[in-house]
Design a protein around this ligand. Structure first.
Ligand code: MGD
Ligand code: MGD
Ligand code: MO
Length: 748
């Protein structure tokens, strides 16, 4: 792991945050201190380079900088107030073990919950380690879904039966056209996406970006931008489908052979054929053909532009419609995701080189290692977004709330383990509501947090433990999404203060509750990494020995077969059915049609007006749609306390010039954005890079309330809602209505 030069030692390592990529980092260390970081230069690597971006190059300044938690803390004030007292590690471990058992015995194992948190996105994830111990000692309430892809993943599974719908990114270079739909990899990375998109541009492949903002990707690639009203993507998809069918440009052969429910002739037996998608498009039941003009009124995109886009996409042959996750983190996010998949099927771009099946587009060519968690003896699971509901009224929650594993939950959540995560407050919706729920110590009785900093979530801990960053501990990393490598996260410097890697104190908790040997199997964290790696080498024989991986910090696989998703299914659907109940791509879902969702969730990918969308009567009071996005200068909330990063993308509210003029707002002034859930004070940026009627701010800024609970940090989750999406029960964090005024009008 180390190369020597004068008295500088170079340690090769990789990042482990959930930031859309992994970077190769060379840490230059002298006398146990990091002097600087460097990274690999692009060019010459097989596949996409892993050159660090601005976040990676700031790891040492963020993680070893100001404000680190120094020692274990115990709450002394009201919960959430942020008053703590220093305690020793022994007392902390004692208290954790005591509550762990007390709560299990009093309320049952299903009252214990490990909160979503992705600060440690390595093989040794603090959450998986905690789940291992909980599983060994009776179980815990599990969750499914993520904050990232709840809607798109459920939608993709509904239509294709799997989320493995991604092909090799090099296939983009075979496309006749690329549509980036709610996708902004110039900021969100998605591993090597920009590497291939830049090559596609050089080849002259037309690239179109569909987004309420002219995002950084559109700017970087000088791509055509189609500005859409948020949460209306499936209306655009419907109208594009309408045009494609009207012009006879659909791939009828693929639809007939591989899809269910497009037209009357291909509907499941026993279902009224006019429930099919084509009947809906033509307005057979509602009398409304889904024409470009119909969609113009909903999406704000001119009918002519919709027509042109539809024809170009259908004629490009093959074309890649690539969905980010931005259009699905919405109130009817399932439908925007299904709309993209529908278009890929309609144009026959599934299972062909240079096409793209759309949907989640997961791709795994190599086996991914993970830290072993034994089967959870308590089998019930909630949708991850509903954990606040499970604190409030878990004992009432059933399948109607998305509970899996049978029946009602046995208990409310009484203990939360929140390690390396900020979804306890900052990253979950409706911060004011969440805070009210957590402040009540008679509801959730014990909250355990570990972090590096006093985040808004950490303030809600009863016991708060100081962790160690990626520069002070070891881990192994896998690609974020598409990548052909395995990374090693080497320790570079000694732990700061009394910080400890979560594994080491979890072993002590395990010992206290009599499970030391079962939990650790006698291994240190390092030994676990080695054992997991050796197991991986059995199925990935080209991997080098452990020492070689560690020294290099990265291993790039040589053997990377090119993948085209669903190639076999397309060629021979009889022998290789799609993994859905019908064996076909389910444009019409009988599961939905006959299921308990049918009342409020359609069986086909059609547009539905979402709550807090542009047609909600609430627009009279809150006339602006508010969206968020993932900024290049943070990984969620990480780096926000690194002031050096602020100038890279100052936190501000994007607003269209006409909306600003109507409100007498000037560029750069501080405004108040509010709705019934909360208030944020934030400087405004007036720009025609965002469509009219829409405002937006990057998600992840630290919540900093003043004494009236007005947030001064620009934290969007003060304004977002906890209303789950209809089918996935996902997070609708980009669908919000707000009003914005100059602070001056309030005398502020
Ligand atoms: N720099 C950085 N990169 C990251 C992360 C980070 O925090 N920072 N986080 C990583 C993680 S965990 C994830 S899950 C991914 C998230 O990846 P995404 O969810 O794809 O990222 P977002 O920025 O939320 O959304 C992408 C784009 O969708 C647009 N958008 C919003 N609403 C709509 C809509 O209604 N319709 C359309 N068409 N577009 C819309 C946004 O303006 C944005 O430009 O990013 C990963 N990469
Ligand atoms: N409004 C809105 N909200 C969103 C989103 C959105 O688009 N809009 N995106 C959602 C998405 S996609 C996601 S994935 C979630 C992300 O939600 P989180 O995973 O909660 O996001 P982070 O802010 O990255 O939180 C990581 C925490 O871990 C800490 N940490 C970092 N490294 C270490 C370490 O080595 N050890 C320890 N102990 N702690 C560490 C950091 O200080 C930070 O507090 O947010 C979701 N929230
Ligand atoms: Mo995410």
């Amino acid at each position: 792991m180390a190369g020597m030069g004068a008295d500088i030692q170079v340690v090769h390592t990789t990042g482990r945050n959930n930031c859309g990529g992994r970077c190769v980092i060379h840490a230059h260390v002298r006398d146990g201190r990091i002097e600087s970081l460097s990274t690999e230069t692009p060019g010459g690597q097989a596949g996409a380079p892993l050159t660090a971006c601005v976040r990676g190059m700031h790891y040492h300044k963020t993680f070893l900088g100001e404000g680190r938690l120094r020692w274990p803390l115990k709450r002394v004030g009201r919960r959430g107030e942020g008053r703590f007292q220093r305690i020793g590690w022994e007392e902390a471990v004692d208290e954790v073990a005591r509550q762990w058992i007390r709560i299990r015995d009093k309320y049952g194992p299903g009252s214990r919950y490990v909160n979503y948190g992705t600060g440690m996105d390595g093989v040794l994830s603090a959450n998986r380690m905690a789940k291992r111990l909980l599983s060994l000692d009776g179980g815990f309430l599990g969750y499914y879904n993520s904050y990232s892809t709840a809607c798109i993943s459920q939608a993709t599974r509904l239509m294709y039966g799997t989320c493995q719908t991604g092909s090799s990114l090099s296939e983009w270079l075979n496309a006749g056209m690329i549509l980036l739909w709610g996708h902004n990899p110039a900021e969100t990375k998605f591993d090597g996406s920009m590497h291939y998109l830049r090559q596609a541009k050089e080849k002259g492949i037309p690239i179109v970006v569909i987004d309420p903002r002219r995002n950084d990707t559109a700017a970087a690639l000088d791509a055509e931008w189609i500005g859409i009203r948020p949460a209306t993507d499936s209306a655009l998809a419907d109208a594009m489908a309408y045009v494609i069918v009207k012009e006879g440009l659909q791939d009828q052969e693929f639809l007939d052979r591989c899809c269910l429910g497009f037209d009357k002739a291909h509907m499941p037996a026993g279902v009224d054929p006019s429930e099919c998608y084509l009947s809906y498009l033509q307005g057979e039941k509602d009398g409304i053909p889904k024409t470009p003009l119909w969609a113009e009124r909903i999406t704000g995109i001119e009918a002519k532009a919709i027509e042109g886009l539809a024809v170009r996409y259908a004629c490009a042959k093959p074309a890649a419609l690539i969905q980010g996750y931005g259009a699905q983190r919405h109130a009817y996010g399932e439908q925007s995701a299904r709309g993209g998949i529908l278009l890929a099927c309609l144009t026959g771009n599934v299972g062909v080189k240079g096409g793209w099946a759309s949907g989640t587009a997961d791709l795994s060519v190599h086996r991914q290692p993970s830290f072993p968690v034994p089967d959870n003896p308590y089998q019930k699971r909630i949708p991850v977004f509903l954990w606040t509901e499970a604190v409030l009224r878990g004992h009432e929650m059933t399948a109607a709330d998305g509970v899996e594993g049978g029946g009602r939950l046995d208990s409310d959540i009484k203990m939360i383990v929140n390690l390396a995560g900020n979804t306890l407050i900052n990253q979950h919706s409706d911060i004011n509501r969440t805070a009210r729920i957590l402040e009540d110590t008679s509801k959730c009785e014990f909250i355990l947090c570990s972090d590096l900093f006093m985040t808004s979530s950490a303030k809600f801990a009863d016991i708060l433990l100081p962790g160690v960053s990626m520069l002070e501990s070891e881990n192994m990393t896998v690609p974020w999404k598409y990548g052909d490598f395995l990374g090693f996260n080497n320790q570079v410097v000694a732990p700061l203060y009394e910080g400890r890697f979560e594994y080491s104190w979890l072993v002590e908790v395990a010992e206290k509750i009599g499970l030391g040997q079962e939990f650790s199997q006698g291994r240190t964290a390092s030994q676990w990494l080695e054992a997991i790696y050796e197991d991986l080498r059995i199925s990935e024989p080209e991997l080098p020995d452990f020492k070689t991986l560690k020294e290099a910090g990265i291993y790039r696989y040589r053997n990377n077969p090119a993948v085209v998703a669903f190639e076999k299914q397309r060629q021979n659907p009889e022998s290789y059915p799609f993994p859905t109940p019908s064996g076909k791509v389910e444009i019409f879902s009988e599961t939905v049609f006959r299921g308990r969702f049918a009342e409020y969730f359609p069986a086909i990918p059609r547009y539905v007006d979402p709550p807090e969308g542009p047609k909600d009567p609430l627009v009279k009071r809150y006339p602006l749609q508010l969206i968020g996005w993932h900024t290049k200068r943070r990984c969620h909330s990480i780096h926000d306390n690194n002031l050096e990063m602020h100038s890279i993308d100052p936190q501000c509210l994007w607003m269209h010039p006409d909306d600003a003029r109507e409100r007498g707002i000037r560029d750069g002034e501080t405004v108040l954005a509010w709705n019934s859930r909360g208030r944020v004070r934030i400087p405004v940026k007036i720009t025609d890079r965002i469509v009219r009627g829409v405002v937006g701010m990057a998600q992840g800024a630290w919540y900093r309330p003043d004494k009236d609970k007005t947030d001064l940090g620009g934290s969007i989750n003060v304004l977002t809602s906890q209303r789950p999406t209809p089918y996935a029960r996902g997070n609708p964090q980009h669908t919000n209505l707000v009003q914005v005024s100059s602070c001056k009008s309030f005398g502020l």
